[in-house]
Design a protein around this ligand. Structure first.
Ligand code: ADP
Length: 269
């Protein structure tokens, strides 16, 4: 496949045809490489939990006697099965989003209210509600967009969970919401570990993790941000990252804004 056509004269028709052919071939090759890497990655991701389940089950069958031992093994197996389901769910979401096949249930959403709701749920979930909240929202006015509530939750939950996870326990995470011209811009700012410059352009790729060893067992398969990217793009938006090692990261989601819907007309009875 790697053979290229020789371009004798780039200006005549045959030459242009040969150049088109060569560049198509290059794209095709790159796509084969990506597909191959994808299969290696996914096999690897699923093999790890499978190895754990298999090992623990074998050891359990051979040595476990007390009900407590069995319970521990079942619990651990359940954790690994959940992990595999998450990976498979994310992959399905991702492939639907990338094929443009994700069906968006669009509605008018006011982003500051939406984000406050999300922060509330996150704090609840993390049982931080008794302590001071780690996440704060700074918004300049209201920002209306057309969006799919469930999908946008996935987008911002992924970014926020990363911001919380990759920074210290008591380190604040700030959300800034701005409307400029016809764009609504949400920045999630953390003061965490940051991302090295050479990794920045890759973090939205499937299965990409900066520190490959660090979070294998606590959740991260490197799929979250690729889903964030596809879902944001499905909404006609864009996502960016700026980061500096040791200082923190900013993830910016830029979405098309709509005019505030007018309040429903008051009809006197
Ligand atoms: P994961 O499930 O591993 O978090 P993601 O796709 O969400 O996968 O993120 C990919 C990688 O980008 C992470 O493994 C991490 O190395 C890096 N990353 C994402 N968000 C942040 C952040 N806020 N601070 C530092 N690193 C981050």
């Amino acid at each position: 496949l790697s053979q290229r056509l020789e371009v004798l004269n780039p200006n005549d028709e045959i030459g242009r045809l040969a150049e088109t052919f060569n560049s198509t071939l290059a794209r095709l090759e790159a796509s084969f490489v990506r597909t191959r890497r994808f299969f290696v990655d996914i096999s690897h991701e699923l093999r790890t939990p499978l190895t754990i389940i298999r090992g623990e089950t074998e050891v359990g069958l051979k040595w476990a006697k007390e009900p407590e031992d069995f319970k521990e093994i079942l619990q651990s197996n359940l954790d690994e099965v959940k992990r595999m389901s998450d990976i498979v769910e994310s992959l399905l979401d991702l492939s639907r989003a990338e094929e443009g096949g994700v069906h968006l249930e669009l509605q008018e959403i006011e982003l500051s209210e939406f984000l406050l709701g999300l922060i509330h749920d996150l704090e609840q979930q993390r049982r931080h509600n008794e302590q001071e909240s780690r996440i704060s929202l700074e918004s300049y006015g209201t920002a209306w967009i057309m969006g799919d509530m469930r999908r946008l939750r996935q987008v911002f939950l992924n970014i926020l969970n990363n911001a919380l996870y990759f920074s210290a326990e008591d380190s604040p995470v700030r959300i800034e919401l701005k409307v400029e011209a016809s764009r609504a811009r949400v920045s999630v700012i953390d003061r965490g570990v940051g991302i090295p410059a050479e990794d920045l352009e890759h973090v939205f790729e499937r299965f990409y993790r900066v520190d490959k060893s660090r979070n294998r067992r606590d959740g991260g398969a490197g799929l979250g941000l690729s889903l964030v990217k596809s879902l944001t793009e499905a909404h006609g938006g864009k996502v960016y990252v700026e980061s500096s090692v040791g200082l923190g990261s900013v993830f910016i989601v830029d979405l098309p804004a709509i005019p505030a819907p007018s309040a429903e007309a008051f009809i006197p009875s």
